[in-house]
Write a new protein. Sequence first.
Length: 148
Amino acid sequence: MATFVAYAISLLVVAILWVNHHHVMSRVASVDGPLLWWNNLLLFWMSLVPFYTAYLGEHPLRTVPVAAYGADLCACSTSFWILRTSIAARDEETPTLHRHPLRKNAGAALLYAISVPLAWCSPFASFLVFLAVPALYFMPQRGLEEAK
């Protein structure tokens, strides 16, 4: 059961990253070297999700696997935030369109960062963070209509 739960959380996180990546990249007029490298950084951390998912599934609610999983999700979120910040800096037409999503991305990275030391207090609490972050992405985004 723990392996399935870890897999389900990972699939949800990767799906959210994929959808947001597609959305943000659709706004890019041209791609340059730095943007490609920020994208590669995101891809690197996302490529480790299956490894940490398996590790977590084999050792559920143990401190190190939970913390390592949280650290990888934090790295994914942080690298996505860097990529999105780079794209926002290039978007001269609608810079306010990026404000709310950037805050949400930074908040996700922060929550995942909190899940790492939290694993030493309560691995279960870290799991709650792992579930809370995707839930934030299903909440409606207020203020986007005014930004367009």
